[in-house]
Write a protein that binds this ligand. Structure first.
Ligand SMILES: NC(=O)c1ccc[n+]([C@@H]2O[C@H](COP(=O)([O-])OP(=O)(O)OC[C@H]3O[C@@H](n4cnc5c(N)ncnc54)[C@H](OP(=O)(O)O)[C@@H]3O)[C@@H](O)[C@H]2O)c1
Length: 264
């Protein structure tokens, strides 16, 4: 991917990795369409982008609201924006056991982390095909590759992204559609702060594991390099990424470790 002068749509752009990637891409005289449910956060991201000389358009978007996703995507396309890449970061996490989690929480997490991502992708894909191709990026997780205590709905939503995007990739190679799945491990962002507890309220704190992760800026540099190379999977993290090898080559060790992991 050559980023220079092209238009990219980034969700989850008000905070964390989405915001940090905006700063990374803004160096290339790009046009960024930035979305999030947090309008004030987006306005701060605008300043970073404009100070690097790139241009920006804000589209406040709730990824749990499919009709509004479709409406916004149509508006953006009808305004003549030519989207070279759709990079989706918006998402929420979870902190509750299966046994105590009401099904409504599972649905809410799936709605934002999976159906919202699918809806926006479907709205943009025909436009990309018509324009001769593009890059679609979804943010899965280390727990999109294996289960993890207190994350049943979150891990499910992140696993589901693999099924959807690998199928899309196979169907659309002929259309020059590139797909990258991001697999972050631990990155210092607000993700644990806004994680859903069993009663539907927010977890409200940054977990110790999260705090020991790599910075969002370092994550964005790794993501940028992976996107440039159009890698199909981009691993984003530190030593915790070793778990991917353990799960694959030594599953018995993973099962043992997972059952002994502490909540956070
Ligand atoms: N940080 C990690 O260690 C880690 C690890 C694996 C995967 N991930 C994934 O990475 C992605 C980016 O997260 P992050 O770590 O950068 O955390 P973050 O700083 O919390 O960023 C997530 C962004 O998504 C927004 N968002 C949440 N629900 C939304 C909705 N319904 N509609 C629109 N926007 C919404 C949040 O807005 P608010 O600020 O209003 O909540 C926030 O700006 C997420 O998909 C997350 O699951 C993160």
């Amino acid at each position: 991917m050559d980023f220079t002068g092209k238009t990219f749509w980034i969700t989850g752009a008000a905070s964390g990795m989405g915001k940090a990637l905006c700063a990374e891409l803004a160096r290339f005289n790009v046009r960024l369409i930035i979305s999030d449910r947090d309008k004030e956060g987006l306005e701060k991201t605008v300043k970073t982008i404009e100070s690097s000389g790139s241009t920006v358009r804000i589209e406040v978007l709730d990824m749990a609201d499919t009709p509004s996703i479709m409406k916004t995507a149509n508006k953006v396309i009808n305004d003549g924006e030519k989207i070279a890449g759709l990079y989706q970061f918006a998402g929420i996490s979870q902190r509750s056991l299966v046994v105590e989690t009401p099904i409504d929480n599972d649905r809410k997490i799936m709605e934002i982390n999976f159906f919202g991502v699918v809806a926006l992708t479907k709205a943009i894909l025909p436009h990309m095909i018509e324009n001769g191709g593009g890059q679609l990026v979804a943010t899965s997780s280390l727990v999109g590759k294996f289960g993890f205590p207190y994350r049943s709905a979150y891990a499910s939503s992140k696993h589901a992204l693999f099924g959807f995007f690998e199928s899309l990739m196979a169907e659309n190679k002929k259309n020059n559609i590139k797909v990258s799945l991001l697999i972050p491990g631990r990155v210092q962002t607000n993700i644990s702060k806004f994680a859903l507890k069993k009663d539907g309220s927010e977890h409200g704190k940054i977990d110790p594991g999260q705090a020991k992760g790599i910075s969002a800026e370092k994550a964005a540099r790794i993501i940028y390099k992976g996107l440039k190379k159009e890698k199909k999977e981009i691993w984003v993290g530190g030593s915790e990424m070793l778990m991917l090898h353990i799960r694959r080559f030594f599953p018995a060790i993973y099962y043992y470790m997972a059952s002994r992991l502490k909540a956070m």
